[in-house]
Ligand binder design. Structure first.
Ligand SMILES: [Zn+2]
Length: 476
């Protein structure tokens, strides 16, 4: 199963060019080894309506450079940004919406229509339910073993794609036993599109912790992530050439002419490519849950965060809501009980505390069906995963978690995961065992480096002016 040849990969992004931001060199590395890579775009990138056709064609050309066949490209055909106050993600199921481009149903290119039209001969009306159904059906048609999806950064379409994806995964993990893909998430902006321009630095630099943040008090935009728990993959030498114009990712980026993606390659390309792994093998997806109070569904919905208005620009974690199990203040038990239909072997439990820094759990008690008990001690106070390891417990049909000592009015969890295997899944089959690479040995020729950068900046300036003129002209 972990054999590379058996893998089917799906990349899920909102816009034509985000695939380069989140997975460019990974896509190239995989297709080079004949692995089937599929790319799904949720929107048509049609914020400027006249750009849709161009962007859809550009991504086909760009993906061709890094080895993805056109038949493996899926357009969902939804709008880039929505008219009105509410994003599609935050509307009620069947409420119809109009996109910024003035469209009300999905579309693609004449020669490469959107998924729903190819599959069913109809276009999907722009509703939340249809968006979710289309993405879900594509995932089920492909049945990928590895999924790389954009994560929650400041762009509302990135947020919507990420959250709907997680909602679907949460449901599929519960519904099906034959579906446990490796899921990796990645910010398209933080650390990539908006990363430092360090391409010309020698030795070649690894990705660094993003400096643009939603909330300064947390390491990353998803408060539950730690920088140290990122997984790093080696980047092929073709993606870190001394001269940027020889770089395969730069060549792919050049095909995204309308978005001038080639000018961000000096931000995107690094010595490594990093992701955050979300485990899909938690026993909680097939467990019944009882709680002494509060909303149990947040505990195993796969979502670590949620947001009732993805358009909101506030710069702190208060934008996250409807994602935390919080027992009533007056509830003296503050207990969750998980039930399994079949006896399970359990070796580790992950607790993701409420990321609100004012609330903090100092002790919780975990009770197993067989009488085994553990005290967790203090959890990590920022929503990060606290991993509780213990000797293998067999024949477990119930596990309860009781909050014992805490401060703040809302102690609780965004997610609880229970595992039979204490080890995180091994992704070395994807070349995930990163070793620092000393091949970037271009002598640090400062004059040459300065010339390269200046040349690049001048080209960027000219391209920006050209694009401005084009937009003014096209928008009348
Ligand atoms: Zn985007």
């Amino acid at each position: 199963m972990d054999n590379l040849m058996n893998q089917k990969v799906l990349i899920i992004v909102p816009h034509q060019d985000d695939e380069i931001n989140i997975a460019g060199s990974m896509i190239y590395e995989l297709t080079k080894q004949d692995i089937c890579v599929n790319v799904l775009y949720t929107t048509n990138g049609d914020y400027h309506p006249y750009e849709a056709n161009t962007r859809l064609k550009e991504c086909i050309l760009s993906l061709d450079v890094i080895g993805v066949a056109e038949k493996n490209i899926y357009f969902m055909g939804y709008g880039d940004t929505w008219k009105g106050e509410t994003h599609l993600y935050n509307t009620e199921g069947d409420e119809p919406l109009i996109s910024m481009a003035g469209r009300c149903e999905t579309y693609g290119l004449p020669k490469h229509p959107e998924y729903r039209f190819i599959k069913s001969g109809i276009h999907s009306k722009y509703t939340r339910n249809n968006y979710k159904r289309d993405m879900r059906d594509i995932i089920l048609d492909i049945m990928p073993t590895v999924i790389i999806c954009v994560d929650f950064d400041w762009h509302w379409d990135h947020r919507a794609t990420s959250l709907i994806f997680e909602e679907i995964i949460g449901e599929l993990l519960k519904e099906r036993n034959d579906f446990k893909p490796f899921v990796m998430k990645k910010f398209a902006y933080a650390g990539a599109w908006e990363g430092p321009k360090d391409y010309y630095d020698r030795p070649f630099k690894p990705t660094i912790l993003p400096f643009e943040k939603l909330d300064k008090r947390y390491e990353l935009d998803v408060p539950s992530y730690k920088w140290d728990s990122r997984i790093r993959f080696k980047v092929p030498t073709e993606a870190k050439t001394p001269l940027i114009r020889n770089n395969i990712i730069y060549k792919a980026a050049c095909k995204h002419k309308s978005q001038m993606v080639r000018f961000t390659i000096n931000r995107i390309c690094n010595d490594d490519i990093v992701f955050w792994l979300r485990r899909t093998d938690s026993l909680t997806y097939h467990a019944g849950i009882n709680v002494s109070s509060g909303n149990a569904k947040y505990l195993n919905d796969f979502k670590l965060i949620d947001c009732s208005n993805v358009y909101t620009k506030r710069k702190n974690v208060d934008i996250f809501d409807n994602c935390i199990w919080i027992p009533d203040e007056k509830d003296e038990r503050k207990t969750i009980t998980f039930f399994f239909a079949e006896p399970k072997i359990v070796q580790s439990i992950s607790l993701y505390e409420n990321f609100d820094l004012i609330c903090h759990i100092f002790d919780a008690e975990i009770d197993f069906y067989n009488g085994y008990k553990i005290k967790t001690g203090e959890l990590i106070n920022s929503g990060e995963e606290t991993i509780i390891l213990f000797p293998e417990q067999k024949n477990i049909t119930t596990i309860s978690v009781k909050i014992m000592k805490y401060v703040g009015k809302k102690p609780g969890f965004t997610e609880v995961e229970i595992f039979t295997n204490k080890q995180r899944p091994n992704l070395s089959f994807l070349k995930g065992d990163y070793q620092s690479d000393k091949t970037s040995s271009l002598t640090s020729n400062r004059i040459r480096k300065t010339m390269e950068i200046n040349y690049f900046e001048i080209l960027l300036l000219i391209a920006r002016i050209k694009r401005k003129i084009k937009r003014v002209y096209k928008n009348g």
